[in-house]
Design a protein around this ligand. Structure first.
Ligand code: KG4
Ligand code: ZN
Length: 342
């Protein structure tokens, strides 16, 4: 076996470790233990609980990788963005391993990880336009190369995934909200409620989900005083909310693709567009963006469903690029909860 990178992900509520072969990019080992159940009773992630669970779960997973330690060439870990105290759990483990095994350390940006979930076990494609939708972020950016990411639009308040989590919480459906709301929506009438599409007439090139969330909240408050079929109501709310949230993303993506087609700096013009991040698993979003890309003759790239949400495999894939470039960090590597560079 060739040299391996051991990668660790603990930026939120998934404890995950992977081993990837550097030369072939092959995934040798991966385990992820999701903490969803433990957080669902609180309707969202409790950072202190997440941190304590990482401290318990990461060593359990690490133990299974011990027979590969002799083949390790580097230790990679997510350092930003994320929850400070959960990032620190992974970082402490990574530093201990790097120090005791005398291996280089590689700090990885989590969002770049989501981007590279497109390129697991294969080569990357640049330049490309990207829609990133996760629990913490919603943004459009141009990935021009491994080191050059140009953010063109972000959310001015909540993220796309977060708005699903909040709608689910308001309806008492559980956490994480994305898959739950999506499955309720399948049985609902998406025109039952005419929520306004955020920033529709505004020139501002950005995302916003808090107004939509409030519109949903007002409908839920109204219903408390009525007698009606609650299951039908929940399904209709989910379907109508999802339709509008996806429509909002699609409108901005349309503009992004249009601008790309008309651009003068042809060297940056992309022929591939990607959706990445945990919420890129959304079926309606995938379906609508597929159609938009077809209209523009752009190839759509999607991550495999099992690697859309947080995982250490995507972190290992980024680390291969850093390793090849000999870009290493020292033991002073810090956790950065709010992203600064990308
Ligand atoms: O990327 P991710 O695993 O974690 C962060 O980096 O934040 O994304 C998790 C987010 C959660 O907000 C979750 O509700 C959302 O992605 N999500 C979805 C779907 N699956 C997960 N949102 C909408 N539709 C889905 N099918
Ligand atoms: Zn993520």
């Amino acid at each position: 076996m060739g040299g391996l990178i051991l990668s660790i992900e603990s930026s939120c509520d998934d404890s995950s470790i992977a081993l990837t072969e550097i030369q072939t990019k092959k995934i040798i080992f991966h385990q992820k233990i999701s903490q969803e159940k433990q957080h669902s009773v609180f309707g969202g992630v409790v950072p202190e609980l997440a941190s304590r669970l990482h401290a318990e779960l990461l060593p359990q997973i690490l133990e299974k990788t011990q027979s590969y330690f002799k083949d390790l060439k580097a230790i990679a870990v997510t350092t930003q963005p994320g929850l400070n105290i959960t990032l620190l759990e992974g970082l402490m483990m990574a530093k201990t391993l790097a120090y005791t095994l005398n291996l280089p350390l590689i700090g990885v940006n989590h969002l770049k990880g989501h981007l590279y979930s497109l390129f697991l076990e294969k080569d990357s494609i640049f330049p490309l336009g990207v829609l990133l939708v996760s629990g913490g972020h919603s943004m459009l950016f141009e990935a021009r190369s491994f080191t050059e990411m140009k953010i063109v639009a972000r959310s001015i308040d909540d993220s796309f995934g977060e708005s699903f989590d909040k709608v689910s919480k308001m309806l008492g459906l559980g956490y994480p909200g994305g898959p739950i709301v999506e499955s309720y929506a399948k049985n609902g009438n998406d025109l039952a409620f005419s929520f306004p599409i955020p920033l529709k007439s505004k020139k501002k090139f950005a995302f916003s989900f808090s107004g939509l969330k409030n519109a949903v909240r007002l409908e839920i408050e109204k219903v408390k005083s009525k007698t009606m079929d609650l299951e039908r109501f929940k399904a209709d709310i989910c379907a109508s909310f999802q339709r509008v949230a996806v429509e909002h993303l699609c409108q901005k993506c349309n503009i992004f693709l249009q601008q790309n087609q008309k651009r003068e700096d042809k060297e940056y013009q992309w022929r591939h567009f990607a959706i990445v991040g945990g919420a890129s698993a959304n079926g309606l979003l995938r379906e609508k963006i597929t159609r938009i890309c077809e209209n523009y003759g752009i190839f759509l790239l999607l991550s495999p469903l099992e690697y859309c949400s947080d995982n250490a495999v995507m972190i290992g894939r980024v680390a291969i690029e850093s390793y090849m470039r000999k870009e290493f960090d020292d033991l002073n590597l810090q956790a950065i909860p709010k992203m600064q560079t990308f």
